[in-house]
Design a protein around this ligand. Structure first.
Ligand code: PLP
Length: 391
């Protein structure tokens, strides 16, 4: 699109279509061509497009008010906050405008927690290699990707990196100054790597033992994507802080970080943190509608069962192409097919687009599957049929 390339800063290489509208799990481009959507706006459109009841809730709120600032109470905030707190099993929530901002808030809360304990400000955060937490400077500082970080150094200090799923590498880094361990429960951008149960449970134990806060980033893997509302439920653990965004509003820009009671007690107080837009009535109405629709329509258990179907379908695909697919990983409807080095996934996603399938890659030559949670078995069959033609 001429004016986009002419006027928008070129930080993204876009696929050569202009999306006009969506319906269910399909989108239509400006020329009227239809696509099956297996990327869902990067794991955002959990309910697909125009899920019954979603637009209505938003329209109703538009007619009332979009924005109030955080200097006043409003009913949508009350509802959305209750939804997030009850669902996460945590104690309080702060709403943000994006995932990166949720990470920023989580980092600040962890630093404040440690500061309240010992009055010092030399604390360290342990983050993971091949992680992704966002593009703002704080979030980038805990993102274990040298390429993303390099031009922007010096970044936030006090961050050290361990190897994901290698507990010894974490233990080596823990010291008296460690205030938090931050990780994705399932690494997304890094190539779809679920945490090993022993790894994440041992981290939980170490955090308890040493009074370190465990921050789980569920911006991509949360909100039912893995077949549980929160991916940490697979492991029987609770974080001290969880971050959420992407599917939280199913299309409106909203994120959140929620804290355990312990983290709330020694944490952010008036004057420590804020946002003008964050948690405004419009996005909170969306969040509340999403939680209500998830509940009424059993979206998470549906995601679990269709996730099993997708898993089997991709296992079959991997078996049929042993020379091209070297690994299949994931949980529920968050899955990755890692391709051999001599079979780059870029051309696969381009060919899929031509054949009417939206699908994206993740780091390390991985084809990423993050479809709407409301896809059917027939949609899975269709996606796999198209991919067969693309490899
Ligand atoms: C997308 C993502 C982010 C960043 O979210 P933005 O809304 O793009 O700022 C952070 N963490 C994870 C795991 C993500 O997938």
């Amino acid at each position: 699109m001429k004016n986009v390339d002419e006027f928008v800063l070129h930080t993204y290489n876009r696929f050569p279509i202009a999306i006009d509208s969506g319906s269910g799990v399909h989108v239509r481009d400006a020329e009227g061509k239809e696509y099956l959507d297996f990327m869902a706006g990067i794991a955002v459109y959990a309910l697909g497009y125009h899920y019954p009841g979603y637009d209505e809730a938003l329209i109703e709120q538009v007619k009332k008010t979009l924005h109030t600032s955080n200097l006043y109470y409003h009913e949508p905030l009350a509802r959305a906050a209750r939804d997030v707190v009850l669902s996460t099993g945590l104690s309080k929530v702060f709403f943000t405008n994006s995932g990166a901002e949720a990470i920023e808030g989580a980092i600040k809360a962890a630093k404040k927690y440690a500061y309240m304990k010992d009055g010092k400000n030399d604390h360290e955060i342990i983050a993971m290699n091949s992680s992704f937490h966002g593009r703002s400077v704080g979030a980038l500082s805990v993102t274990g990707n040298a390429h993303y970080q390099e031009p922007f150094k010096p970044l936030m200090g006090g961050v050290v990196f361990a190897e994901f799923n290698n507990i010894e590498s974490v233990k080596k880094l823990i010291n008296d100054r460690t205030c938090a361990i931050i990780m994705e429960t399932v690494q997304g951008e890094g190539g779809i790597y679920p945490a090993d149960p022993e790894f994440i449970c041992e981290i939980r134990r170490l955090c308890d033992e040493k009074d370190i806060l465990l921050i789980l980033d569920e911006i991509q893997c949360g909100m039912g994507r893995t077949g549980k509302m929160w991916a940490y439920e697979h492991y029987g653990i609770q974080p001290d802080i969880v971050t959420c965004a992407k599917a939280l509003g199913c299309g409106v820009p909203v994120g959140a970080f929620a804290l355990s009671e312990k983290a709330v007690e020694k944490s952010l107080v008036p004057g420590d943190h804020g946002t003008t837009y964050g948690g405004n009535p419009f996005v909170c109405a969306a969040v509340d509608a999403v939680f209500r629709l998830f509940e009424e329509n059993d979206i998470v258990s549906r995601a679990a069962s269709i996730g099993r179907y997708l898993e089997e379908a991709l296992d079959g695909f991997a078996k049929r192409h042993p020379d091209k697919v070297v690994a299949h990983r994931g949980l529920g409807l968050m899955r990755g097919l890692e391709f051999a080095a001599d079979c780059p996934v870029g051309p696969v996603t381009s060919k899929a687009l031509k054949k009417g399938l939206l699908i994206i890659s993740a780091g390390g030559n991985v084809l990423r599957f993050v479809p709407p949670l409301v896809i059917s078995e027939a949609d899975v069959d269709e996606a796999v049929r198209i991919l067969e033609e693309c490899v």
